[in-house]
Design a protein around this ligand. Structure first.
Ligand SMILES: Cc1cc2nc3c(=O)[nH]c(=O)nc-3n(C[C@H](O)[C@H](O)[C@H](O)COP(=O)(O)OP(=O)(O)OC[C@H]3O[C@@H](n4cnc5c(N)ncnc54)[C@H](O)[C@@H]3O)c2cc1C
Length: 461
């Protein structure tokens, strides 16, 4: 039992936080293998280098340990230089790449503390394409390069699947030397910004935090060409206010969607949503929302999200003040137009040396509309996780209530098609949200990892 091998699939923040908690709980690093591309801890969220891609919450909300919430802020005071732009009236919003440095630092410290010759983990920079039950028990992961890795216990930490195009793309782009940058399918790492001509006409698809990151970076690069931002609700996310969290509200004993909705309505003050008191009330509603969520049936979860989903996604994911300031600047100069529109199709138009993209939109005000641009940036949010989909197709796991991830129990164990929890297949990361609630933030992911590590250490040691 003590020599059980643990395989973590994924290499982002969830993998790093889990690793830290596992070694701190006493599991030997040499028992742990990680498979995932890139620097451990970076992932899709923090794997960007752009100066304008910032954390969307204040430093003290980016914690790894619940009893050391100021750790990142304290580290930042010593290690983050030349970032005067981080400080805002509502808090300090550091760059995402600096948070990655902090995570790497915590990881090194945890592994060094584990000490001795056992302090080396194994990390394969690969993608796992298939996970199956091994004949002799345990699990077998198959990597893109054909490598097979066996493990007694697997922790899925595959994170936020990159965005997919929300509409058909007609025409063939391949012969053009710069084709990859004409249609930027995944903008999260920000590398596309280095190849964006300042005069080019851009369409940004999506009106969330990723779109705001793109706008902020373009503003600082002094982008001059027109930017059309196609936002399904015609507006940008609200800005983080200077709120303080107090007590959670009381909740009904037997949660029902209608009762939860009523609680939201009665608890949120009759104030503008930008007001700090409004956000404070909203944040207080979040404190115990997971217990309410977990007590609902799948049908009730879907019913609740049909009614509350728009409010939740609009006010849960607020923007760093720096990003809103940049968007306002570009709007005032007439460079940025926010269109209340949905994209129907993209058509490649190539003629001689000229290439452009024609977009068919449905504009809420004017109806059918066409735009001609040089580049399209896809900021539509997370896509689908092929590994989790394979686990469902192979009859190992079952989809959650929304078909986004796998169903898990409150110990993060994946549920099999018979409804039984698998103690050797666990999932930590955004894909647990449909089962467990409001758990996509870094701190919540770390907390889940901490609980998992404590239980595994209990079983294994
Ligand atoms: C752009 C962005 C910005 C964010 N900003 C914040 C923020 O400021 N504050 C906050 O609290 N939260 C933020 N989040 C939320 C985020 O969910 C968490 O903070 C956390 O970083 C998620 O970590 P993760 O490791 O689960 O996911 P990810 O960061 O998505 O990392 C997953 C990793 O697993 C790898 N992987 C995927 N599939 C496989 C496979 N089959 N085999 C091997 N490896 C695989 C991926 O390549 C990736 O490296 C942000 C999310 C995104 C996408």
């Amino acid at each position: 039992m003590a020599d059980q091998n643990i395989l973590i699939i994924g290499s982002g923040f969830a993998a790093a936080a889990n690793l830290i908690h596992l070694v701190e709980a006493g599991i030997k690093p040499s028992q742990i293998t990680i498979i995932g591309p890139g620097q451990l801890g970076a992932g899709n969220a923090y794997g960007c280098d752009d100066d304008d891609f910032r954390l969307n919450v204040r430093a003290n909300l980016m914690w790894i340990w619940p009893d050391r919430r100021d750790d990142f802020g304290n580290w930042a005071k010593i290690h983050i230089k030349n970032d005067k732009g981080a400080m805002r009236h509502s808090g300090i919003f550091y760059r995402r790449r600096d948070f990655r440095r902090y995570v790497a630092n915590c990881l090194d410290a945890a592994l060094a503390k584990a000490g001795g010759q056992d302090n080396a983990i194994t990390h394969y920079p690969q993608i796992v394409t298939k996970l199956s039950k091994a004949d002799q028990g345990g699990w077998q992961a198959e990597c893109e390069d054909g490598r097979l890795i066996k493990a007694d216990l697997v922790l899925l930490a595959t994170g936020n699947p990159p965005p997919q195009w929300p509409c058909p793309i007609h025409g063939v782009m391949a012969p053009l030397p710069d084709h990859a940058n004409r249609l930027v399918q995944n903008p999260w790492n920000g590398r596309w910004l280095d190849h964006m001509p300042a005069q080019s006409r851009l369409a940004i698809i999506g009106g969330g935090l990723t779109a705001l990151d793109a706008i902020t970076a373009l503003a600082r690069r002094n982008h001059q060409g027109p930017i059309f931002l196609l936002a399904p609700h015609g507006s940008l996310p609200p800005e983080q206010a200077d709120w303080v969290k107090h007590c959670p509200p009381s909740w009904p004993d037997a949660p029902r969607p209608s009762k939860i909705l009523r609680r939201f309505r009665s608890y949120l003050p009759d104030l503008p949503t930008e007001d700090a008191a409004w956000q404070q009330a909203f944040e207080e509603l979040r404190i115990d929302i997971n217990q309410q969520w977990q007590a609902l049936s799948d049908g009730d979860r879907r019913r609740l999200m049909r009614r509350l989903g728009w409010l939740w996604s609009r006010y849960r994911y607020r923007a760093a003040p720096q990003t809103i300031a940049a968007a306002n600047r570009l709007q005032q100069t007439g460079i940025l137009e926010i269109c209340h529109a949905r994209l129907g199709a993209i058509h490649l138009q190539a003629g001689g040396d000229e290439t452009s993209l024609r977009l068919d939109l449905h504009d809420a005000k004017t109806g059918a509309r066409h735009l001609t641009v040089d580049h399209v940036i896809n900021c539509t949010g997370v896509g689908h996780d092929p590994l989790l989909a394979n686990l469902v197709a192979d009859g190992i796991g079952v989809p959650d209530a929304f078909g986004h991830g796998l169903r898990v129990n409150h110990h993060n164990e994946v549920i099999d098609p018979d409804g039984d929890a698998m103690a050797t297949l666990l999932l930590v990361g955004p894909a647990m949200a449909s089962s467990l609630g409001d758990v996509v933030a870094a701190s919540e992911i770390s907390l889940a990892g901490m609980r998992v590590a404590a239980r595994l250490a209990n079983q294994i040691l």
